[in-house]
Structures are given as C-alpha cells and as structure tokens.
Write a protein that binds this ligand. Structure first.
Ligand code: FRU
Length: 500
C-alpha cells in the first residue's frame, strides 16, 4: 500500500515538473508580451477601427528596468498583435505611464495634410536626477504619430509640464473637455490628483487639486483617470485613482470616486473610497480613449507585491480582459459596475445551459467529457443569497476556491492551495470582498484563463481579479454548498485561445 502511494506521489511530482516548461502559465486570451517584463497599460486608444494598447515594457529582462512603451493592436480587445516598441527611453529619462489621444481638431499643430495626429502624453522619469535626490525627476512630455500609431516622434519642446518640486509627479491621463474646448490632464501627484488644462497639449496650466483629504492613503497615488458616465440621463464623473500599496487585499489596487467636474474642479459626492476591483491583481486600470459612449477599462493583472517574482517564463505579466463600465444605485449609494466587454463573445466555444440545480454535495459543472484547457466563462444565478463555493481543480491536487459567505456577506477567492505560491510570502492567501448588492439572488460571471480568474458579481457591483499558478490546468469545476443552495440557471462556455 505504502509503495503504491509513494509511486503515485513520484508520478504526480513528475507530471507537475514535466509541466515546468516555458510558456506553462501563458494566458490564452489575455494580452501578455511574448517575452520580457510588462507593467501598466498605457495610451489605450481606439482609432480608425483599431484598439491600441501601449504598456510599460522592459525589453531586456523579465524584471522591471528602464521603461519603454511596448505596443499591441487589436480589432476587438481580445485578439492582440504585438507591434514594434513605440517609445524608447532618451536623455530626458525612462518612458513612464501615460495616455494617448486622437487630436482630431489638430490643436497641437502636429497634423499634416489632413492627417489626424495621435498624441501620447507620458511621464519622463529621469534616473540621474532621481539619484541626485532633486525631487524633480518626473515631468510630462509628449510624442506624436502621423501614421496611425505605427511610429512616434517625440516633441522637441519636451518636457511640456516641468516638475514644480513634487517627488511623485506622474501618469498623465488626458481627455478633451468639449464644453470649454480644452484638454484636461489628470495627474497623480503623490497623495492627491492635480488637474491641468491646455489648449494645444503643449502648454499646461494648473486648474485644481483633489484628494489630499479623501479616499485611501495607504500608499502613493498613481495612474488616475477621469471620465464622464451617464446615469439615468444625468452625467456623473468617475475619477479612478490607483494606489500602491494600500489595496483592500494588500498591495496595489484601484479606488474610485464619483462626482461632478466643471472643467476646473472635481467635487466628489463622498470622500470615502470605493474599490474598482477587490482582488489582488488589477492595477493601473484606466480606460481606452476615443470610444464614444462606451467606457472600457483594462488593468495590469499583477501586484507590485510580487510582480517581479511570479514564476512565468519568458515573459512577466498579462492584462485583465477589457471591461465595460456602468453605474448602479444600491439604496442611496451610487456605485461603478464593470462587466466583461461584449467582445469576449468572439471566443465563446461549446457550452451548455442548465436550469434548476439543487446543490448540496459537490455538483460537477465542467461539460461532459471535460474541458482540458480550463478556459471558460461561467454565468450562474442562485435562487437565494446563500453560501456556496466553486472549486476549480486538477488531478495534481491544486484547488482555487471562489465563493460567497453569507455570515460575513462576502465573496472570496482563496488561492492558498492553487499551485505554486512560495515565490512570495503573501501570495497564497484568501481575498475577500463585500457583497454590495441587496438583491435576493446572486448572479455572477466567472472568466477563467490558464493563470487567472475574474469574478463579476451582481452585475459587476463586486469585482475580483486574482492570478494563480496551478501545476496543470484547473480543468475541473464543481459547485458545493454546506447548507444547500438552489441554482436557478447556470451557463458554461469554453473560451478559445486568442493569443498570437
Ligand atoms: C504604476 C507605476 C507608475 C509608473 C510606472 C513605472 O505601476 O509605478 O506610477 O509610471 O508604474 O513603470
């Protein structure tokens, strides 16, 4: 008996190790560069039928280093094609995070022969000045493209916004403010947001500040975004402020405020923080520009707590799927919602739909014959808001648990037994998020790739994104409920790989 279990253990170890090969944890429908380091998404822009994604990229190693802007393009935010590097570091510094706009009125004067200039607005981070501790090593610069984003020319008058003496002075997100026909820059300035405006993207004047006395301050404020949404016919402004560390489940995370913006000042309805995503792995999330009345958000699917240690090879990090933003009132409180952008449908494969399932002992939710890849989308609706747990697992004994705990009214993702967790002390933990909805039924969507899950609960009121590193794909899926629960409807669809 002993011999058999020893043999079995050896065999399992062998299977697990045999999988320890390059590309083992490669996301199959999330964007990741083919090789080397990536962090924040930058300059996300829709132009002439193409979505552009730029990103913090270090093309020489798998760890953070002198930053470039990598580039990828897509027709649907699901199938991405990696492009040549767009921006290289120069004598003004590394190319840190920022945004891009289509300057359709040619306010910048960069346009030629009727061609719309695309203008990137980014932070130059100067490592020499940083060493000298001048406190003025970050400033804002611009570059433009006259060939729809393929090649970029840096402006000779850089920097366009010099540093006034603020150590963390970065990540400009720029949008056109039509009522006053001017550009608004939302900039992360250490522990607050500073708004600037410009007629031409080249000269900037300070408008106001927000946040020194609002929201979470467990870390430095980074990567903001400001955009209007519509709720019941009324305009509501969304201010996203990423923060690192100080997230609700440790490390990096995104908080948001809702309020009014008049071209000068942002006035929040409440100074309390709300969280965009309660999981550990959605950072630096901002929206695409130039997408009309759709607001589409994408983040970096990692956390500074362990981003440089995750066991992937030969690349490091991926992005979340694209999410469509909306607003929803619960009681007297207004919240942001995010759900998978409909373009994800383009990779929907085989599936099934079942009604009225009684769950007590574990019920198998994987399709007949299994789903070896472990890539799927699950949509589930319960008859009551009671305890249940989804178990994603494999034959090697890894388990990722996703559930709802009624007593604490919390959703959770527990990755403590999900596979490789030992590369960082805090990685293998259970993350929790409050259920905000008061609806008597729970509706959730779960999107699973090889190394990530994205949970959208109650129409996107509570969202959690977590990465994991299972020894083999988590292709089994069961649902259980110690107290028993009735599932009104469940839909399961295999998702097809979309990477190059
Ligand atoms: C956020 C961030 C930004 C900065 C960039 C550097 O993850 O720290 O504030 O611009 O990454 O790579």
């Amino acid at each position: 008996m002993k011999k058999i279990s020893l043999l079995a253990a050896l065999l399992l170890a062998y299977v697990a190790n045999a999988q320890d090969v390059p590309e083992k944890y490669r996301p199959q429908f999330h964007f990741s560069p083919k090789a080397h380091w990536m962090n924040d998404p930058n300059g996300m822009l829709f132009h002439n039928g193409t979505y552009h994604l730029f990103y913090q990229y270090y093309p020489e190693a798998k760890i953070w280093g002198p930053m470039h802007w990598g580039h990828a393009t897509s027709k649907d935010m699901v199938h991405w094609k990696e492009q040549p590097i767009a921006l290289y570091p120069d004598n003004l510094g590394y190319i840190f995070s920022g945004s891009a706009v289509a300057d359709v009125n040619n306010t910048s004067g960069f346009g030629k022969d009727g061609k719309t200039p695309l203008v990137a607005i980014f932070t130059h981070h100067n490592p020499v000045l940083e060493k000298q501790k001048t406190g003025r090593h970050e400033y804002q610069s611009i570059a433009y493209s006259l060939d729809d984003g393929v090649t970029w020319t840096k402006y000779s008058g850089n920097p366009v916004l010099p540093n006034p003496g603020i150590t963390d002075f970065r990540d400009p997100k720029v949008r056109w403010y039509e009522p006053q026909k001017k550009w608004i820059m939302t900039l992360a300035t250490k522990d607050r947001i500073t708004f600037y405006s410009s007629p031409d993207l080249k000269s900037w004047s300070k408008e106001s500040e927000f946040g020194a006395d609002a929201g979470a301050h467990g870390g430095v404020w980074e990567c903001p975004d400001l955009l209007p949404l519509t709720h019941e016919g009324k305009q509501v402004w969304l201010l996203i402020v990423n923060i690192n560390p100080g997230g609700p489940n440790k490390g990096s995370a995104g908080q948001y405020f809702l309020g009014d913006f008049d071209g000068k000042t942002f006035t929040a309805y409440s100074k309390e923080t709300k969280w965009l995503d309660w999981g550990a792995d959605n950072y630096a999330a901002v929206t695409f520009s130039n997408t009309g009345n759709r607001s589409l958000l994408m983040g970096w699917m990692s956390n500074w707590q362990y981003a440089n240690q995750v066991p992937t090879d030969p690349w490091r990090s991926a992005n979340t799927i694209s999410r469509e933003l909306g607003l929803k009132t619960v009681g007297k409180e207004l919240y942001l919602t995010s759900v998978p952008a409909r373009e994800l449908e383009s990779i929907k494969g085989e599936g099934y739909s079942k009604k009225n399932l009684t769950v007590k002992a574990p019920v198998d939710l994987a399709p007949k014959g299994g789903n070896a890849s472990g890539l799927f989308r699950l949509d589930l609706k319960t008859a009551t808001a009671g305890d249940f747990e989804l178990v994603l697992s494999n034959k090697t004994g890894n388990e990722l648990l996703i559930g709802y705990d009624k007593a604490s009214n919390q959703y959770y993702i527990d990755r403590s037994k999900s596979g490789k967790i030992d590369f960082e002390a805090g990685f293998g933990q259970k993350h929790t998020a409050p259920r905000l909805s008061k609806d008597g039924k729970i509706a959730l969507t779960l999107v699973a790739d090889v190394a990530s899950v994205e949970l959208f609960a109650d129409g996107g009121l509570t969202v959690m994104t977590d990465i994991f590193f299972a020894d083999t794909p988590l292709s089994d899926l069961t649902i259980k409920s110690a107290k028993g629960i009735q599932v009104e409807e469940v839909q399961y669809h295999v998702l097809k790989p979309s990477i190059e």
